[in-house]
Design a protein. Structure first.
Lengths: 458, 494
């Protein structure tokens, strides 16, 4: 495990950064990094990589849609858009122009648990990237005009991804049905009504509460010198005042005691689909790791059990996928299948459960575990090829788990999952009383009803 | 759920190096959609970057091998580019056959079943797939693997590519899945827009088709697949491009072992034709019921990959809609709030390709957004680009080259383009200076040449009842249903 400098800034130069040298047994490679915390609480993780003249900066804030209150769904993400609208020394939209015009790229992304901002740039632009990130952390410029403009952009984003797409509402429906706790039950994109209700006062208060140096991790990965980069970080971020810690969010999810079920008539879809979600523990627990492997066995690729059973053998479905959601708090194993035209949805759902029951009782083949192990290793080594991916992963592990070195051990944790672990988690979590089922049924536009809800097709 | 601020699409260029000092100091001059304070510390230097070179070699059967060694990550990516096996060469009466053939290669070989192939590859976390598109000359096999499983993966890939058995029962299963896919794609507004635009830009040219029909899929037989594979999967004009944790010294014998016995066919390189010149401007509405947005696409014919206008069009496109710092995004999103994104891009191959601009806007602003989009296309040839904006656009293209050095696959693709289009050996070395030497006058000339308002075709996918009135103020509108059937023509002189 990594020992981390929790020293005050001035001491940091003499103490120097501590490097993690852990060499993974599975991977044979390791990401080395320094880990320092400034006096104002900003945690700074730096990993040097001089292969290409490129650097990436990620600033990961400990705020997501789980921090929203009722009546303000979608606000964390709307706020993310406001971070590109200017600050004391940076004009509205100037951040974006400066990065792209100097050969870089950037983005911001919000989920239930966090909001991350990043830039990838030619390595001579470190000052530019740090200046821009620090200026908006220190002094966001909040105007009603900008808020109204970005409210419109976000509402179009919602239409583009949700309201104007087949199955767009399905994912929102799953979370709403499966979670009782508001923190995870509502969507990150939010409702149109709540987006309309957001005010500049909300923006100012959210900024003060959550966009503080002590509520963020800054990661820099790439063609930089650690010591001089740390000096620059201190120069740009050192004066930003610490704020009181934000209020903690209660993520406790009551134990589900009976199956939940709903159906949604989708005027934009032409094929029915079934989505099933089971409550599972939070990421980085042994049971969650086992669930990740189980998800691979069930739906990853054409060799997977559900593909073989449902797409090939019974031909009740045409496409499917699943994932063990990686929330910081209570997560879901989600599984979705698009029905074949005219397929019997009752038979399709039964065929899915039959495969889940087989996990609980019949043997898991050695190759199925190898597939998950090799997949985890490949995913780890792939992340080494991108400075940006490493910056995002390091900042995430530091922010969520106080341990950026997890980047070096995750593939080993997945590799240690056994066949018995799969049976155990399947028996524990993949039960009728722990599941929520959403049927999405194609409905003709113009108010006409679709067909018999027991059937797919048209 | 991850929500992005926007996605970066459009044209990205990798190029080689040189130092170009930015002219003058930053100007704190605001433009539509952005306010510039000019206080941030910017390095004026554009990094001089050394391009790693791909090594090249030829096999006796005509295969051309290109290897870009990059030891950073223990993964190897291989592309087998089969010129002549793409959808462009579908038999005239059998649209989609090239795509069906490519898709079914993995479904069985002389010695392995579909399930055995999937299990073997997925156990190794290796990927092998073959795909094409109806506008492409080539079918491409893409393979990638952890380096320790590379030999096993190439052996499987070669078996799939050279000895497919196209089992009857797999063809039947494929048809079932694919028929559902043909239904599903018609629910996506982007597909409906692209389908119509391709038809109106390319007419009867092969690139005018975007999808097979249920009928051509249904009547495809095993013999059709075998015949297409026998005739079109030949090594003579194929390229194998490899990037990653391997040297030419190791790659050459591996490729020779698995692909060396692949017999040359002695055929001439397959040819292509340019599409007929595009007809006069027109509007098309695809009525997609229950839509809450309108997908707008404006397109026209542009250039071949070897055109002298390629670099100039690249700069022009960067200014108009190449990214979030371009005019369409700044105007339609940041200034007007009509959309989440607005971009433009172009394709350039052996035949004359297309340039198009697209955005998705809420139904009620469809007419206003289209007017604003078209205004930007007039402005780019009516007004000189302001000097700072012009320099910024060129700088963004040249400086972004450094980023491509993180991606061996992106770098290798540049060399593949150079090879496929017979470009000069120093093409990428000289790319930055060519971009930097483009003038504002050239951009205006090229804009006038290709973005001629009389040759722009406009496709709108959305709620017909609400938007047809907004569209008819621009001219006559051909109205289609979501199955691609012409329903009526409304407005204008028709």
């Amino acid at each position: 495990m990594l020992t981390r400098t929790r020293c005050k800034w001035l001491a940091a130069f003499t103490v120097a950064a501590i490097f993690s040298m852990a060499a993974g047994v599975v991977t044979g490679q390791a990401v080395e990094f320094s880990d320092t915390t400034l006096e104002n609480g900003l945690r700074v993780v730096i990993a040097e990589d001089h292969v290409a003249p490129v650097l990436s900066i990620a600033v990961n804030y400990d705020v997501g849609s789980r921090n929203e209150r009722r009546g303000r769904t979608g606000f964390a993400h709307l706020f993310e858009h406001m971070m590109f609208e200017g600050s004391e020394n940076v004009g509205d939209g100037e951040h974006m122009l400066l990065i792209f015009n100097n050969g870089g790229d950037l983005n911001g992304t919000t989920d239930k648990d966090r909001t991350v901002y990043y830039e990838r740039m030619p390595s001579n632009q470190l000052d530019l990237g740090l200046f821009l990130e620090a200026d908006r952390m220190a002094s966001l410029d909040i105007t009603l005009e900008n808020l109204n403009n970005q409210r419109q952009a976000v509402q179009e984003e919602r239409r583009l991804r949700v309201d104007n797409q087949p199955y767009g509402h399905t994912f929102e429906t799953i979370d709403e049905l499966a979670y009782e706790n508001f923190a995870y039950a509502h969507s990150t994109i939010g409702s149109m009504t709540d987006l309309n209700a957001a005010t500049v006062t909300d923006v100012a208060s959210f900024f003060r509460t959550y966009y503080a140096p002590n509520n963020a991790v800054l990661a820099i990965v790439g063609d930089v010198d650690t010591e001089s980069a740390l000096k620059k970080v201190q120069q740009y971020f050192g004066q930003i005042p610490r704020q009181p810690d934000p209020p903690a969010v209660d993520l406790t999810e009551p134990r589900q005691t009976g199956e939940r079920r709903t159906s949604y008539d989708d005027p934009l879809a032409r094929l029915a689909r079934i989505d099933i979600a089971y409550h599972i523990p939070e990421s980085l627990t042994a049971d969650h790791d086992a669930m990740s492997v189980l998800s691979t066995v069930l739906t990853s690729g054409r060799s997977s059990r559900l593909y073989q059973a449902i797409v090939r053998d019974t031909q009740l479905g045409v496409d499917l996928s699943s994932s063990a959601g990686n929330n910081r708090g209570p997560s879901l194993l989600w599984l979705g299948v698009i029905a074949a035209p005219g397929a019997d949805l009752v038979a399709l759902e039964a065929a899915i459960y039959e495969q889940i029951e087989r996990i609980k009782t019949a043997p898991i083949e050695a190759w199925e575990l190898d597939k998950a192990r090799n997949g985890a290793r490949r995913s780890f080594v792939s992340s080494l090829g991108s400075s940006l991916q490493r910056a995002i992963i390091l900042s995430r592990y530091a922010l969520f788990y106080d341990d950026p070195n997890l980047i070096n051990s995750r593939a080993e944790s997945i590799a240690s999952v056994s066949a018995e672990d799969l049976r155990r988690v399947a028996r524990t979590y993949l039960t009728e009383t722990n599941r929520s089922v959403v049927l999405t049924l194609p409905a003709l536009a113009g108010g006409q009803s679709g067909e018999d809800p027991g059937q797919g097709g048209f | 759920m991850r929500l992005c601020l926007y996605y970066v699409v459009g044209f990205t260029c990798a190029l080689s190096a040189g130092v170009y000092a930015q002219a003058g100091v930053q100007q704190a001059q605001s433009i539509t959609g952005a306010e510039l304070k000019g206080l941030a510390p910017v390095s004026d230097e554009i990094l001089k970057v050394e391009l790693p070179k791909a090594e090249e070699a030829d096999l006796d059967n005509g295969l051309h091998l290109m290897v870009l060694e990059d030891r950073r990550v223990p993964i190897v990516s291989v592309q087998v580019i089969l010129i002549g096996a793409g959808g462009y060469y579908d038999p005239p009466d059998h649209a989609g056959l090239a795509g069906f053939t490519a898709s079914l290669l993995r479904e069985g070989t002389a010695t392995r079943s579909s399930v055995e192939i999937a299990e073997a590859l997925e156990t190794l976390a290796s990927r092998v797939n073959v795909s094409t598109d109806m506008s492409l000359q080539a079918a491409t096999m893409r393979l990638s693997s952890l380096v320790e499983y590379l030999d096993q993966t190439i052996a499987l890939a070669a078996d799939v590519l050279l000895r497919p058995s196209f089992p009857e029962e797999e063809l039947a299963l494929f048809k079932t899945r694919e028929q559902a896919g043909l239904i599903e794609q018609r629910t996506r507004p982007r597909f409906l827009a692209v389908e119509r635009l391709a038809k109106v830009i390319y007419g009867d040219h092969p690139a005018g088709r975007t999808s097979p029909t249920p009928e051509t899929l249904d009547r495809t037989t095993r013999d059709d697949l075998i015949a297409f594979h026998r005739e079109h999967y030949v090594p003579d004009h194929a390229v194998i491009a490899i990037a990653g944790d391997i040297s030419m010294a190791d790659a050459f014998p591996a490729v020779e072992r698995h692909f060396g016995a692949w017999a040359s066919s002695g055929t001439r390189p397959p040819t292509v034709d340019d599409p007929e010149p595009i007809g006069p401007s027109r509007l098309y509405l695809i009525n997609r019921e229950a839509s809450v947005q309108t997908n707008l696409v404006v397109g026209t014919q542009a250039i071949n990959r070897t055109s002298d206008d390629y670099d100039i069009l690249s700069v022009m496109n960067q200014i108009v809609g190449g990214g979030p710092s371009s005019r369409l995004f700044l105007n339609l999103r940041e200034d007007k709030g009509y959309t989440y994104g607005a971009y433009s891009s172009f394709t350039a191959q052996r035949y004359r390709g297309d340039w198009d601009a697209s955005t998705e806007v809420r139904t009620e602003v469809t007419g206003d957004a289209l007017a604003e989009l078209l205004r930007e296309l007039v402005r780019i040839h009516d007004e000189p680009v302001p000097e700072q904006e012009f320099q910024d656009a060129k700088r963004s293209i040249v400086a972004s080259f450094a980023l491509s050095l993180e991606s061996p696959n992106a770098l290798l693709n540049n060399f593949v383009v150079r090879h496929l289009y017979d470009l000069p050996d120093d093409y990428w070395d000289r790319y930055p200076e060519r971009i930097m030497s483009v003038t504002r006058e050239q951009v205006q000339e090229v804009a006038a040449k290709y973005l001629d308002a009389g040759r722009l075709h406009i496709v709108a996918v959305g709620d017909g009842e609400q938007i047809s009135g907004m569209l008819t103020s621009f001219g006559a509108v051909d109205v289609y249903d979501d199955q691609g059937t012409l329903i009526e023509t409304v407005g204008g002189d028709q």
